[in-house]
Each structure stands twice: as C-alpha cells, then as structure tokens.
Design a protein. Sequence first.
Lengths: 98, 733
Amino acid sequence: MRDRQSFEFALTSAAVALHVRGGVVTDARIAAGGVGTVPWRLTAVEERLRGRRAAEPLWAHAAEAAAEGARPLARNGFKVDLLRRTVERQLRVVGGTP
Amino acid sequence: MSSQYPSAVGAPRPRADGRLKVTGQARYAADHGPDDGVHDLTHAVLVDATVGRGRITAIDTRAALAVPDVLTVIHHRNAPRLTYRDNPFPDSINPPGERLRAFQDDRVRFFGQPVAVVVATTLEAAQHAARLVEVTYDAEPPALDLATAPVDEPVEYSRGDVRDALAAAPVRLDATYRMARNHHNAMEPHAIVARWDGDRLTVWEKTQWVTDPRNELAAAFGIPQGAVRCYSRFVGGAFGNGGRTWVHSVAAALAAREVGRPVKLVLTRRQLFFGVGFRPAYDYRVGMGSDRDGRVTALVHDIVGETSTYERHEDDLALARMLYDVPAVRQEVRLARLNVNTPTWMRGPGWSTAANALEMSLDELAHELGLDPLELRMRNEPADDPSTGQPFSTRRLRECYAAGAREIGWHRRRPDGTRDGDWLVGLGMAAGAYPTERAPAQAHVRLDAGGTAVVRSATSDIGPGTTTSMAQVAADALGLAPWAVEFRLGDSAMPPAPVQALAWTMASVGSAVQSACGDLRRTAVELATGDERSPLYGEDPAAVVVRRGWMHPRDDPRRGETYQQLLTRNGRTHLEVTGGYEPPEESAFSMYAYSAIFAEVGVDSRLGMVRVRRLVGVFDAGRIVNPMLAESQAFGGMTGGIGQALLERTVTDTRDGRIVNAGLVDYLVPVSADVPEIRAIYLDGSDAEANPIRVKGLGEVVQVGVAPAIANAVFNATGRRVRELPIAPEHLL
C-alpha cells in the first residue's frame, strides 16, 4: 500500500502466510511493514486466525487486532486504521473469498 | 502557393538534437572541461546552514584546509566585498527585494543557505572538506508557517460589488483550499563551470536564459555585462527554476577568481531543495455566489502565499478574473514572509495554482446545484474578456470541452461515480488558461553559398525542442528544406532573446526568426532580380517565391535559380541578416491559450489509494509548429499535474526549517507506473492576432487544470471533497 506506484516504500504493507487444511486455518504467519523501524510480526492477528474457518467473517475479525498496542506519532495516526485495512485486504487476497 | 513541398511548420519532425541526447553526446553544463578550453579545473562544494534563521558566530576551517588537495574555504569572514549592482527586471528576473549575496554577511535567512564554499583539486576532497567546516550559529526561531507568519500588505483586485452580490446569491460556497509547496526536480541539477581570463568571465551554466547569468554575474562582480559570456546549449529540464541566477553561481565564479583556476560547482539533489526556488504553498479561500441556474454572480479569493524574508516573489493569480463571466470579483493576495529561499516560477506559474482553487470550487458548486460540471462551465462562458472588456483574439474553450468530453466518454459519468471491484471510479474535469505573452527578440541568419543556413538567437531549449521548431520556422521563411537549416542557441553573445519561460519563446523568438529569415530571402531575391545574369532578372521581387532553395516566379516554377547559383556567381560566400520582433505595446485583444482537462480515476474503496486511469487534455493553443514536440510538452505538463494532484509536497521540519523530504526518494514525483494513458489534443487552428507565428503558447497551459480535474474525479468517485493538494490516501480512509 503506497501512494506512488513504484520506487516508493510502503505506507503500510502486510505479508501473509496461511496454512489451510479442510477449510480451516491451521497456522498463520503475519508481518507488517511501514509501521515500525523493523518488520513487525502481528501475533495477535495470527492467534485470531488459528483454528478458524478460512472464510469471510474471519478476515475482518482477525485484522481488527493488527494495530493492537500501536502507538502512532503526531502525523501518522492514519496508519493505525490503514494497517488494519491492509492486513484485512491481504488476508482476503491470500485466504480467498468463497 | 505551391503544394509540391509541404511547409515545415506543422510537420511532426523529431528533435534535431535527439541523437546527441540519446547517445550521450549532448553536453550539459557540468560536462564542460578541457575540450572547451577549461584546463586545471577545480571543484567547489557548498557548505549549507544548519539552522533556519540566525547569525553565524564562528567558522572553523582548520580541519577542512588540512585535507590534501583543498585549495581554500571561502566564507563571509574572508570573502572579498562584492559590488552587487542592482540588477532588476528586465535585465534579470530577480523579484523585488534585496537578493541573497554570496558570503557577504553573517545572517542566515533559511535552512540550507550557503555559508561557505570549499574549493579543491578533486571533487572528493572538496566534498569531504565541506563536511569538516565547523560553523557555529546563534539560532533564532524561524518563521515557517503560512498561517502564522507575518504577511505583507495585500495586493487587491476588485470589480463589481462583491458584498451585495454575495448577499443576494441564493447559493453560496465558502471553502479554503490548501496547496503544498512543490519543487521543480528537473533531471539535470543546477551546475556551473566558471573560468576567468583576466577581468573576463566565461560560464557554462544550466539556465533558461543565457542573458541572466551574464547580467547577474556582471552585476555581482561590478564588471560590464559584455565581460561575461554564458553558454548553455543543452538543458536537462528546468520547469522555471533555471530562470534566475541563484547565489551558487556567484559563489562558483567567486571561487574561481579566488583560486585563479576554473571551478565547477554542481548542486546535489538535496541542495536543489534548498537553494533554487520552488512553487510556493498557498492557502486559498474561495467565496462564491451563484443563482440557482448556475450563473456565478460573485467570486471572492482571499489568498496567502509563501515568499522569503528578503524578496517578494509574486505569482500571477489572475485566472479567476477572466475565465468566467462573473460580474463581481474581489481578490486579495497576501504574501507571508518565511525563512525560506525565494520561491520562483514553476510550470504554469500562478495560473495552475489559481486553477486548482477555482476549478475545485466550481466543481463544488456544480455538485451543490446538482448540475453537470461541464454544463456549469458552459453557462458561465463569457462573450468578451470580463476583466478588460476586450474581445478574445481566439477562445475556443467550448470546442475543447466538446472534444474532451467525447474522448473521455463524459456521458458515462454518474453523479456518484461507478464501481469496479474494490475500486471506486470517477470522472472529473477542469478548465484552464494561460496568457499569450510576447517579448522583444532578435535573430541572426546566415545563408551560405552552399545553400544551407544557420540561424542563431540567445534563447534556450529546456525541453520543448526549440532547436527543432525554430529550424522549421526558418526553413519556411527562407524557402529551404528543414534539413538545410540549423538553429543554434544558448550563447549570451548571440542576438538577445527573452528567458525561455511563460510559453513565449515561439511567439517571440519564432517571430524574430521568421522576420530575419524573411528579410534574408527578400535580400537574395532582390539580388537575383537585379542581376542581369540571373534568369530572374527584371522580375518583380514580390512575385518571386523560394521553394527548397529554388527561386522562381510564382507562376513559373521552372524558370529560376538556386540560392547556391546566385551566391556563387556573385562571388558571395554568404548573405546574412539580423532581424527582430518587437511586440506591440498594447493589444486590442484578450489573448490566452486554453485547456480543458478530463480525468478518470480509481480510488481503492478501503485503502484510499488513488490511481489515475485516463487523462485527456484538449488545448486551444493557436498554431502548432510541431505536433510531435507539442504532444511531448503536453505529456510532460499533464504528468506534472498528476504530481501536483496526488504526490508532490515539500515537508518542512517545523522546528528548524529543514526540508525533511529533500530527495527523489521522499519527494514523490510521478513515475511511469503513475502515468496512465494520456491523450493530448490540440485544436487545429491559429491565432492571427497573437503574433506573426500565430501561436498562443503551449508549454505552460498544458499543466493548468490538470490537478483539479483529478481532484474533481476523486470527488466523483468517493463523494469526499479533499480541499488539499496533493490528495493522499490518508485523506480518503
């Protein structure tokens, strides 16, 4: 997620790996970029994913936890919301919509 | 007229210097050296202030001077006092005020101001030593905020009774638009090579006007203008900030004089953000009154823009006075005095800023009225120029609207946009104008006995293809094939030309070229008709035409002779003429080029990303000398508009005035991926009132109206009105 389409760092980015067996998320690895000095593992999102059905209500529910504990600075408060939305989008891209 | 050979003007000819450019043979300012007689070249690197305002209390140069190969460090404590004669317009384009001088006092006026220059025999040594110069400051809090800085007395414009008109208007709008500071960011950095020969100074300078460094350096050093020679054959883009001569050029020439050797100084990309001007930021409050049918009755603009503490750069913000038929208009422009270096022209100067505010507010009014934005503009189209009462020389905005609407498919526009998966899709449009300016210019033409001609004028080619288009004009006026004519520019010793800016080069220099070449053609024809040995002897010169170098009576193409035959027989090596163009003091007509811009954007409904999907520009710019070059100009200007709309903003650290995104990584200019399919359409035509070439200027108008068209499309897509440019994802979440 970035304002310029290339040669630009992300405003927020999300890397998503899902293990899905029989329609259920057995494991997940989620990391975010653009929101800290290093790539940030989103364990709270991972926890919300494990053991749940890989289907529509889950993505938004899990992404809700993406910015848990985030402390924005004066001019980047928008990233809290943007991060949730970016993670949600990428979960849906990877997990698919039924 | 014979149609055997089509005229060169109007033909899509590729750039005459294209091969030189793409093979790396075109040499820009910093490329000059031994081949140009520049020997023992040394390198200068500027040391920049690290506070936003204050005084220098100490400079320690010991460590810098200890670096091997360093020759000297010059600063205000050891620099000679320079003459700095006044050098106002029209000798320069210095704005009113007291210009920044090279190392003449201890005051810091803005962050990044040059406070010293290091000269060394190698660039690496100069760069290293520049970091070792220790400067101590007594810092003061800088004025950086447009909203709170002290402002000058307003410049006012008024017609009609705005107060009554607003009070009576059934529909009113009051909105403030904020536009960010933009930096030019041409590919080529500012650079200069300076060499003294006794009291004579030669510079190879990146400039839009070789006359300006000549005059400014002469003024700074107190020497005659004729003692300075400036060359600038190729310029790698400028967009306005190569117009005036900045302090670094004086610093380089000073350094060269002090070390007694030629000096090269190239600004770093970072330094380009601090020392060579910018498009000022604006707070632009718009009050508008309209009747229910969309007839705008009152327009109030309260404007605050940026300038420096030491000079008044004033953009021309007159668009709202003439674009629509509004009876009551009031404008107040205030300039805020900030601790920045002085802003300057940037593409579509003033007019693009004004179009952003006017055209976004008109879109708001259209929405308020439930009216198609295009229809709203039609309803306010004036018959004559409402600011002067003059008739328009040509004004074909309605045709621009029609062509643009057809091309973008305006009929597809829905009041609430449409949807494409995650994307909200919208259509927007805006209009623009830019004045058709003209200035005195001269050109020299020499026709050689070999049948080829060289035309020269001290103009520039910062990208529009002047070298190519002037040769086309000259070819037609001389009656030669375009390949037989070479146009040379970029030397201050050539016949004078105005700064290449304001889209007036073709109108001014082109007219001079046409005049000089026409005079030369007549001289040759008269030589032939008065020469007993010529097949044209005794003919009426006015009835003789020249095609591809062949002079013949208009009605008898087979009887005649070539320039070559005429000159050779008469023992002449060449003929030469200097001619000029002097624009009339006043015109009975209102003369502008016009733009109608249409944009289709997609906005990601959840993430706020904006992507321009299509961009259509339709321009009423008079005669088009070279459609290929004109299209290229439009692509460039419209791409600049994408930057203004969505990407470009200079961000200042509010503590000290440091620009925090001073580089191409953080100051975002559009890259190829941001530029969609662009279509540029020039209305076929010409403007007989404008100038002898019948052009209206196109280099500026191509950016006017682009940003608001995109912003209005974002509104159509999302229903969210962002009154800030550039529009960022954070505005749309």
